[in-house]
Design a protein around this ligand. Structure first.
Ligand SMILES: Cc1cc2nc3c(=O)[nH]c(=O)nc-3n(C[C@H](O)[C@H](O)[C@H](O)COP(=O)(O)O)c2cc1C
Length: 325
């Protein structure tokens, strides 16, 4: 018999609505009762307007409970988790019966956000269990060439998600063609657009997807160092990114001779930005990494020719990288 899984949405949206209290309450109840359930944290489940959200996945199906506080958490624990009695009044989504918010999900297909609200973002094994690091494994084990990787990205039709919509594969090809001893790959996680939180949701909910995209990009263009430029107003995203980077290093997805491939060296770090809208523009962003005032400069030269520290560089948005694997 499979253990009942209980997921609490602990992205910024959930935390702001009080999800930490709900998680702590469920944890305390579980420990007091020694109930054999799999209680986990997850990222943004998608219905921020119904936070705090708690999803129970048991043998019968999945039940998403919305607007849960500590009191309701106790009720869910006593009824659903201990007696298999669904608390229908709080269910906002289920695969077993209709609920009032069903229309919200109509037509939604999660692509970049595929793992958000599904996996624990602080656990690399959960990412691996959901086909994580499979794409880079396929490339390295199948000895797929850099040109072939770039062609695949080009053929996929993916265009930059940072706003400009420039074909990603074409950008990678420019960076690949500019030969240099050092090249950089940069992830733009500045997300300056007011009220836009898609990059934050991704970083908080599935940081490894972005890291895997960066590793694939580094392989394709020959970059040995990567930077994720993330605004300091995203402390949870930064925390989870740093945890994920450390885990990826321990597993050999980052560092020297990645996954046993001699000479494939790549590592990355998070650079915190002070939160200026203009620093989302790629040349201003690179100036900011260099410790200069964040001001755009004229092009040419383009970053693919002379970018960070004057070296060929490629910069893509968070969502672009998350789509790559
Ligand atoms: C003023 C200004 C602000 C920008 N802010 C962002 C931003 O916050 N995040 C982002 O990804 N791109 C931003 N861009 C676009 C970047 O310059 C760049 O085109 C993008 O990061 C490239 O990634 P992509 O090809 O994956 O879209 C901004 C551009 C301008 C002109």
């Amino acid at each position: 018999m499979k253990k009942t899984k209980v997921l609490v949405g602990l992205a910024s949206c959930g935390i702001a609505a009080g999800a930490n209290k709900v998680y702590n309450k469920l944890k305390a109840l579980q420990e007091a009762d020694k109930l054999d359930i799999d209680l986990k944290i997850t990222g943004c489940i998608g219905m921020c307007y119904r936070e705090p959200l708690v999803e129970v996945i048991d043998e019968t199906g999945s039940y998403l409970y919305g607007e849960i506080d500590e009191e309701k958490a106790v009720e869910i624990f006593d009824k659903h988790l201990k007696q298999n009695e669904i608390v229908k009044d709080y269910v906002v989504k289920s695969d077993l019966f209709e609920s009032k918010d069903d229309s919200f999900w109509d037509g939604q297909v999660k692509i970049a956000l595929r793992n958000c609200g599904v996996i624990d973002p602080e656990n690399i094994e959960e990412y691996e269990e959901h086909d994580g690091y499979i794409a880079i494994k396929k490339i390295l084990e199948g000895k797929i060439s850099q040109e072939q990787v770039i062609k695949t990205v080009l053929d996929s039709g993916i265009r930059g998600r940072g706003g400009g919509g420039f074909p990603t594969g074409m950008k990678w090809r420019f960076a690949y063609n500019n030969k240099a001893d050092t090249k950089y790959i940069i992830c733009n996680a500045d997300e300056g657009d007011p009220g836009a939180f898609m990059d934050r949701s991704l970083l908080e909910g599935d940081p490894h997807a972005v890291i895997e995209g960066l590793i694939i990009g580094s392989y394709a263009i020959d970059a040995s160092e990567g930077v994720i430029y993330c605004r300091a107003e995203y402390p949870l995203a930064i925390k989870r990114l740093n945890i994920a980077i450390e885990q990826a290093r321990e597993k050999g997805y980052l560092g020297k001779d990645i996954m046993g491939v001699k000479g494939f060296n790549f590592d990355l770090y998070v650079k915190e930005g002070a939160g200026a809208f203009v620093c989302g523009e790629e040349t201003a962003l690179m100036a900011s990494i260099e410790g200069e005032r964040g001001m755009p400069r004229k092009r040419p030269p383009f970053p693919a020719e002379a970018g960070l520290w004057g070296k060929p560089s490629n910069i893509n948005n968070v969502e672009t990288f998350a789509n790559i694997p």
